[in-house]
Design a protein around this ligand. Structure first.
Ligand SMILES: Nc1ncnc2c1ncn2[C@@H]1O[C@H](COP(=O)(O)OP(=O)(O)OP(=O)(O)O)[C@@H](O)[C@H]1O
Ligand SMILES: [Mg+2]
Length: 157
């Protein structure tokens, strides 16, 4: 199923509540790739995801700037990456990024996902957060189809 939501959030609390709703539709193995400028609300959105997945203390949810990844004990384990400081694809390899995001028992959220380029699976949720003005953000959610095996159509003759 193709998923697509556009939402204008007027406070951090509204962003958290919206993300909690998105969390209800998530399954183990899902990947959430977030893009948006510094301070747009990526971490705030992930806090909502963690709450939706039953985290007890949402204050644990902070950008893992110096340790690369946080892992939260939620109903489905949640991996939280922040790739802001990443510059080379081999840095992703060094932290075992691919193995984490393909862990079918966990959900992965990635801030600055554009730095991971093609490592992001094609069926990931894509979240874009735009700063409109103080306290106001546009949140765009897209999810493509599962990748299908390509079967060329046989030509006659
Ligand atoms: N509508 C809103 N949605 C989300 N955050 C908002 C909103 N209005 C105000 N804010 C504030 O904007 C800030 C967003 O910070 P947050 O850490 O979530 O951003 P970020 O995108 O993760 O930044 P970084 O790239 O530095 O990690 C918070 O201080 C939050 O309270
Ligand atoms: Mg952040």
């Amino acid at each position: 199923m193709k998923i697509s939501h556009d939402f204008v959030s007027r406070s951090a609390e509204e962003t958290v509540a919206f993300a909690k709703q998105i969390a209800k539709g998530l399954n183990p193995g899902d990947v959430i790739a977030l893009q948006g400028n510094l301070g747009s609300g990526k971490t705030t959105f992930i806090k909502g995801i963690a709450l939706g997945l039953g985290i007890e203390d949402a204050d644990q949810v902070k950008s893992p700037t110096f340790v690369v990844m946080h892992m939260y004990k939620t109903l489905v384990p949640l991996y939280h990456f922040d790739l802001y400081r990443f510059e080379q694809p081999n840095e992703l390899e060094a932290i075992g990024f691919e193995d984490f995001i393909h862990d079918s028992r966990a959900i992965s959220c990635i801030e600055w996902a554009e730095k991971a380029g093609r490592e992001i699976p094609p069926d990931a949720y894509r979240i874009r957060i735009d700063y409109l003005r103080e306290n106001v953000r546009r949140i765009v959610v897209r999810k493509g189809h599962r990748k299908r095996t390509y079967r060329p159509v046989k030509k006659h003759g």
